[in-house]
Design a protein around this ligand. Structure first.
Ligand code: ADP
Ligand code: MG
Length: 640
């Protein structure tokens, strides 16, 4: 474990060059591959030095500079002289020490290998010392030790990584990629060092990139708070705690409900005595705990801390140090699987639609299938074998809280169907008929017909309805936006926009330049239904707006128009400008999210959609409706 926070550097220094014997027993070959490897090594060193706050400053994704500042116990000048020496370490002396290694580093290679490929400096002021000292080394050339004014702790700076090895520099990726690798390392390490139940013992981390703060956690934040900071509230709020012990071995942490499972194992983290680690056995243990509840091919999400006597762990397996070999696996295995399984079973197993859509989409590797609405027109019951519950079976008060279920009477002459509430539908299979085979006994089912309800409005935002081979969810706002846009565009094209005159003109304050811009394009704007006139030199008056627009916001519309014209530099007559203006205008007006819609409004909306032709996405390409086919449902419920 880490050295006590109040420990100081012993007289005569701590670092020594390892003997040949010890050296040969350690898996060799520390390689600095990229900025993230520098970050990881420097964090390890800071943590080994007992730091409680660590700041990582990066420039150009760490390629230009990585600087790690800690408040740990520091190094005396004699130690500074050895720090860059290969195989020089304060963490290990004899072969026996290897058996109870508790620090993160111990091979004494990291600083040496960084100094051979970058311009490095270490500044350090030991706890209790009056001044600090600095040493530099560039591509293997060591500088002199000089005094340095600084707070207690250590600052290691690694600049121009691979400045002397262009071949390796070429392997580096874009700034953004390197940055996210660095941040990911810090986040992983931050998750490994949370505060305990009493708020003690945690390490705080700050990551700055080009002077901008990109990540931080306070020392007092516990594991859950850190998971929330790194992965967000949606995951954190669904996690189930794990807590069990067997002898001196203890497991703590969190597991996520199975539906958070992912293709990659990036949200599966094991920490052994505070060290992030990967271990095949532990991966298998977690998989076992999710057996039967997690879809094949997905990795469970969990953040687990394993606390063990260092003697029963062999850390010296891989130079990357993230693989650890556990001794006495068998009994450990059983204990861990049981503890985890118990927690997994406590998680919330419900599958919300959103993650279902998401999962289906991921599995298919393509967007959800979207189809246009079925043709209108009077028709008998669909023979496609798609069925919805009869209104008397599913409707009204039977629906859950917060749902409004509405049943829409059939149009005149639209054929049979839902008309007679309890009458069996002619020709419709009952119960175990085609397509109805999986339905509950005794339920009666009626075929879907065109735009007929029942509709279910959810959260005053979404409309659910059955369609011939499944069901669809409509985003009422997105759909309305699309329709307003289409209808406006059609009116504009035909040269007859219906204009609604305002009773009193709405005044909008603009800059002088913007007023001029509006004035110049006044006629073109009138052709798209916007009647705007200058009113003094810094104000315009809005006299009329397209009648299509519901609850218009004249000021927002005018500002959008100015914005589009100014940005494109074109007249509002240009087709693309016109479209953009109409997009924005319809977006400003179609405020239908949050509206409670009665059945006839829903019906009217769907009829307009049917006539519009293009109704699958809103003008900004978000879908207006998502369809679940029966095949999708079968997949989601693993019936295939
Ligand atoms: P290792 O960590 O394997 O010992 P390194 O090359 O990473 O090897 O570091 C060499 C030595 O330098 C460490 O053993 C430690 O004594 C000292 N050192 C490195 N970084 C720090 C730091 N941030 N604070 C105090 N001592 C440090
Ligand atoms: Mg180290």
């Amino acid at each position: 474990m880490r050295e006590a926070a109040n420990e100081t550097v012993p007289e005569g220094g701590r670092i020594a060059v390892l003997s040949e014997v010890v050296r040969n027993q350690i898996a060799a070959g520390e390689v600095i591959e990229r900025p993230a490897s520098v970050v990881r090594e420097l964090l390890d060193n800071a943590i080994d030095a007992g730091a409680s706050r660590i700041q990582v400053d990066l420039e150009e994704g760490g390629m230009r500079m990585v600087r790690v500042t800690d408040d740990g116990l520091g190094m005396i000048p004699e130690d500074l002289g050895l720090a860059f020496e290969a195989h020089a370490t304060s963490k290990l002396r004899t072969p026996e020490d290897l058996d109870h290694i508790a620090s993160l580093g111990f091979r004494g290679e990291a600083l040496a290998s960084m100094a051979s490929v970058a311009r490095c400096s270490i500044r350090s002021r030991p706890r209790g010392a009056d001044v600090g000292a600095e040493i530099t080394e560039e591509g293997g050339r060591r500088g002199k030790i000089t005094p340095a004014g600084m707070p207690e702790g250590t600052i290691v700076e690694v600049r121009d990584l691979f400045f002397n090895t262009p071949a390796r520099r070429r392997f580096l990726k874009r700034e953004q990629t390197e940055l996210s690798r660095c941040t990911e390392i810090v986040q992983r390490v931050a998750l490994a060092h949370p505060a305990d139940e009493t708020g003690q013992g945690g390490i705080g981390f700050v990551v700055m990139h080009g002077g901008r703060r990109v990540f931080d956690v306070e020392p007092g934040m516990d594991l859950l708070a850190r998971i929330r900071r790194v992965f967000g509230d949606e995951l954190a709020s669904e996690l189930e705690p794990v807590e069990a012990s067997m002898g001196s071995t203890r497991i703590t942490g969190y597991v996520a409900p199975p539906r958070f499972g992912r293709r990659d194992a990036r949200r599966q983290m094991w920490f052994l005595n505070g060290r992030p680690m990967k271990d095949k056995v532990l991966t298998r243990v977690l998989k076992d705990a999710y057996r039967g509840v997690l879809i094949d091919g997905l990795q469970p999400v969990g953040f687990l801390q394993l606390w063990m006597d260092p003697e029963s762990v062999d850390v010296n397996v891989h130079p990357a140090k993230s693989e650890v070999r556990l001794r006495d696996e068998r009994s450990l295995f059983g204990f861990l699987v049981n503890a985890l399984k118990e927690a997994v079973m406590r998680t919330n197993m419900a599958t919300p639609g959103e993650s279902m859509v998401d999962r289906l989409r991921r599995r298919e590797g393509r967007p959800m299938q979207r189809e246009t609405l079925p043709d209108p027109g009077p028709r008998g019951p669909s023979s496609a074998g798609a069925w919805i519950p009869r209104p008397d079976a599913a409707g009204g008060t039977a629906a859950g809280e917060g749902y409004i279920v509405r049943e829409v009477p059939p149009r005149e002459g639209a054929g049979q169907g839902l008309s007679g509430a309890a009458d069996p539908v002619p020709g419709a299979p009952q119960g175990a008929g085609a397509g109805g085979a999986e339905l509950g006994e005794g339920d009666r089912w009626a075929p879907v017909d065109d735009l007929r309800g029942p509709y279910i409005q959810v959260d005053r935002t979404y409309i659910l309805r059955a369609v011939p081979d499944g069901f669809e969810i409509i985003d009422q706002h997105a759909l309305h936006e699309r329709l307003t846009f289409e209808e406006l565009r059609r009116e504009v094209k035909a040269g007859k926009v219906e204009v609604q005159r305002l009773l009193t003109p709405e005044l909008v304050d603009l800059t002088q330049a913007d007023v001029q811009l509006i004035t110049v394009h006044q006629d073109a704007l009138r052709r798209i239904g916007l009647e705007v006139e200058p009113f003094g030199d810094k104000t315009v008056a809005v006299h009329g707006l397209p009648a299509r627009i519901r609850r218009p916001d004249p000021e927002a519309i005018v500002r959008d128009v100015v914005d589009v014209i100014a940005r494109t530099g074109k007249a509002p007559d240009a087709e693309d400008v016109q479209e953009e203006v109409l997009h924005r205008t319809s977006c400003r007006s179609s405020i239908m999210a949050g509206d409670t819609l009665d059945e006839s409004s829903i019906r009217a909306l769907l009829e307009r959609a049917r006539d519009a032709g293009m109704d699958q996405t809103c003008p900004h390409a978000r879908p207006t409706r998502v369809k679940f086919t029966l095949a999708d449902l079968e997949k989601a419920f693993h019936r295939t």
